[in-house]
Design a protein around this ligand. Structure first.
Ligand code: ZN
Ligand code: ZN
Ligand code: FE
Length: 754
């Protein structure tokens, strides 16, 4: 059979992930001649052999690729035969700019774990074991190309044995940049009361002993510090809450293994898959009866946020008697996660009893990601470690743009060609530390992906720190309405151009009319939008103060619905209603809002739910839980009327229905179900009206309120029945974590127009 020679180019995440050694092995197995090399676009291969072998080789390139590789396009073409007789792995990169895609940080792989638990292995129980298929990446790389001197492993010179692995194409650690061992790599130490009290293995066993004794241990991990405490020890968890200033918000739990996870939560197959995935996110899953964890981990919440160990160190921490650890971000509430040893010892002083440290610096903080099973799919709540900076594929290519996100749950997004690079979750920019990470992340993403955007897109809100930062840059800027960005983000993630009917149910977003939007039906796409419909705008007494105190919103909405003739509802007895009513009546410090989040707050407070909250959306979450996991058929009626070329959805009619139900003594669970069903019905009706008028059949659901799984699933089912094509978020959160992408794609359309 005659030989052929093929030239094959492979794009995607194929550098720094063991792809060339993999190609080298495949070629060897099939006795092919030729070479493999990195190029600016990815990896170039020339392979020579019999056609059948080449076909097989090509199939294996995609089918058997190493776990961290994300294969993009593979192009192959026959070329004239060469004279080489063996297959060569070229080390040097073909000259020219390298568009290496940096991989996210990935959980320790199976092969490394086998060595890790093998007493005969030289890396037995070594907490920094890694290979080309696993370990830290995004959080340790400082610049490109992705080589050891450009990472925080720079100061660790490899020993002769590690160097041999690093240089050997047939080795699992060939060009694994963080490669190291107990002789040459990072080490653990334990600090308590300002003193180093133990090193290496002793540091670990001391930390394990202290955890079992109920102490709070600050643990340096991959993307930052965790505060760890025995999740079964009520007193210890309470102490952590007190010291951290986190009264009620549920805490994440790391369990030793899947078997333990199954004892704690009722897990669906998809949830187990997500738990065990190489990204190792926190998975929100239903608590199980008799879970054995302290109630204080997630009081009043029907789910736990679970994750499995991902750093080798975590496996060691969970090897003793403690099988479940609270592992919450190492910070004071609302600050970003700590990354540096000195900084952590300082900032977490008074919270942690001791610090389990190591000397591999973390370049960029990266929180744990959070996902949940909703509407049949694992969806993002917080996209961060393990996912960032993996690109989101776009339907079209275009100019470079930077979107700087919203104020809360901030992320930033850079567009390059047909890819969107989103940062890790950055958090609340009003926090000084978060603002610093925001700036650092923009620099980092720009540097590692070589993106230099001529346009920066920001939120319409002039006071957001991200907006102010954008305007300080020496490039063009564009302001984008918040809910328009939600709509565009969901379209882009689904690789759809639109136009679509965007049902955006959200907490807060600044409108061009200078009121606060948040219960919107927008028609449009990345090029523009029209505000087709919205919830009625009602006053929010005290602005942000009302967000913290749902009873204030409830009172204001009742006043709007009933006027001075207020019904006497039980919740009102506990409050100084007069002050708030005067504020609303006189319009003092009472901005108007169409927010859907505030409507949930009002209904929760009116129906005997939470009057003041301790963490975001607490009242709404508890109202949803009261529904008991299923919606009925009955819904509260809701009127819709035309006003100023818009359809207004009458919040007042909903409030009156809820008020009557409360007066009639209806249970909160039933009120919750009817409220949800009523919302689903009215938004479906409005979407049908939009379709009738504009002939658009695609609906986009976005906005933080859709983290409510009952509402999301109810809305989806109803729109399905009505024959709509419905687009949801999956790779990005429906909350403000998606805003930066929406801004960026809107900016790109603006660039096209010039
Ligand atoms: Zn590995
Ligand atoms: Zn070594
Ligand atoms: Fe939002």
């Amino acid at each position: 059979m005659p030989s052929e020679r093929w030239k094959i180019s492979v794009g995607g995440i194929v550098q720094g992930v063991g792809f060339r050694p993999f190609v080298y092995r495949l070629a060897g197995e099939r006795a092919l001649a030729g070479f493999v090399a990195n190029t600016p676009e990815g990896v170039a291969i020339e392979a020579q052999g019999q056609a059948a072998q080449l076909e097989d080789f090509l199939a294996a390139l995609r089918g058997e690729a190493p776990p961290l590789a994300q294969i993009g396009e593979i192009v192959s073409a026959p070329i004239p035969l060469g004279h080489d007789t063996e297959f060569v792995l070229h080390h040097s990169t073909v000259s020219g700019p390298v568009s290496t895609l940096i991989s996210p940080d990935v959980a320790v792989c199976e092969a490394c774990l086998v060595e890790f638990f093998d007493p005969a292995d030289r890396r037995f129980r070594y907490p920094f074991i890694n290979c080309t298929n696993c370990g830290p990446r995004y959080t340790i790389v400082q610049r490109i190309p992705y080589d050891r001197p450009h990472t925080t492993m720079r100061d660790f010179a490899m020993c002769a044995t590690c160097q041999r692995e690093y240089d050997d194409p047939s080795n699992r650690r060939f060009h694994a940049q963080p490669n190291c061992c107990p002789d040459c790599g990072p080490q653990l130490s334990l600090v308590a009361a300002g003193q180093q009290v133990a090193e290496r293995n002793e540091a670990l066993s001391e930390a394990v002993r202290r955890l079992a004794a109920g102490e709070i241990v600050a643990v340096k991990g991959i993307g930052g510090f965790h505060l760890a405490v025995d999740a079964a020890n009520s007193q210890a968890v309470q102490r952590l809450r007190q010291r951290k200033g986190r009264e009620a918000k549920p805490l994440a739990v790391m369990v030793a293994d899947l078997a333990t996870a199954r004892r704690v939560c009722r897990l669906e197959a998809l949830e187990e898959q997500a738990l065990a995935s190489q990204e190792r996110p926190i998975v929100l899953a239903a608590k199980k009866e008799g879970h054995g964890l302290a109630e204080e981990v997630a009081t009043g919440y029907d789910q736990f946020g679970l994750m499995l160990p991902y750093a080798p160190l975590h496996y060691l921490l969970l090897q003793g008697s403690v099988r479940a650890l609270v592992m919450t971000s190492g910070n004071r509430s609302e600050e970003p996660i700590c990354i540096e040893n000195d900084e952590a010892v300082q900032r977490l002083n008074g919270i942690a009893d001791c610090f389990l440290l190591h000397d591999r610096p973390i370049h960029l903080p990266c929180d744990d990601s959070v996902v949940a099973l909703q509407a049949g799919m694992i969806r993002q709540i917080r996209r961060s470690r393990g996912f960032a900076p993996k690109p989101i594929g776009l339907a079209e290519t275009g100019g470079m743009v930077l979107g700087v996100g919203a104020e809360l749950k901030n992320t930033v997004c850079l567009l390059k060609e047909n890819q969107a690079f989103l940062s890790q979750h950055i958090g609340d920019l009003k926090n000084l530390e978060a603002y610093r990470v925001f700036q650092q992340s923009i620099g980092q993403l720009g540097a590692i992906f070589e993106i230099n955007p001529p346009l920066v897109v920001h939120d319409l809100h002039p006071q957001y720190l991200s907006s102010r930062w954008a305007k300080e840059q020496a490039v063009s800027t564009l302001a984008v309405q918040h809910h328009h960005a939600h709509l565009a983000a969901c379209l882009a993630e689904n690789r759809q151009g639109g136009p679509a009917i965007g049902i955006i149910l959200d907490g807060t977003g600044y409108g061009p009319d200078q009121t606060i939007w948040g219960g919107e039906v927008l028609l449009g796409d990345a090029r523009g939008y029209q505000r087709f419909s919205a919830l009625e705008s009602l006053p929010l007494p005290g602005g942000d103060a009302a967000v913290q105190a749902p009873w204030r919103t409830a009172l204001s909405y009742l006043f709007a619905a009933y006027g001075a003739d207020l019904p006497d509802l039980p919740f009102m007895a506990a409050h100084e209603c007069g002050v708030i009513l005067t504020m609303v009546e006189k319009g003092v410090n009472s901005p108007l809002t169409s927010s859907c989040g505030r409507l949930f707050d009002a209904v929760a407070a009116m129906s005997g739910g939470r009057q003041t909250i301790q963490y975001e959306a607490q009242a709404a979450i508890e109202l949803m839980q009261a529904a008991g996991g299923k919606l009925g058929k009955e819904g509260f009626p809701c009127e819709v009327y035309a006003e100023n070329d818009m359809l207004k959805i009458s919040v007042r009619s909903i409030i009156r229905a809820v008020g009557q139900a409360v007066q009639a003594g209806m249970a909160q669970g039933e009120i919750s179900r009817r409220f949800h069903v009523g919302l689903v019905a009215v938004f479906t009706r409005v979407a049908e009206e939009a379709r009738r008028r504009e002939k658009i059949n695609t609906v986009v659901l976005s906005g933080g309120v859709f983290q409510n799984r009952l509402l999301l699933e109810g809305m989806l089912a109803s729109l399905d029945r009505a024959g709509f094509q419905v687009l949801l978020h999956e790779k990005l959160p429906c909350n403000d974590g998606c805003i930066s992408l929406g801004q960026a794609v809107i900016g790109r359309e603006a660039l096209k127009k010039g």
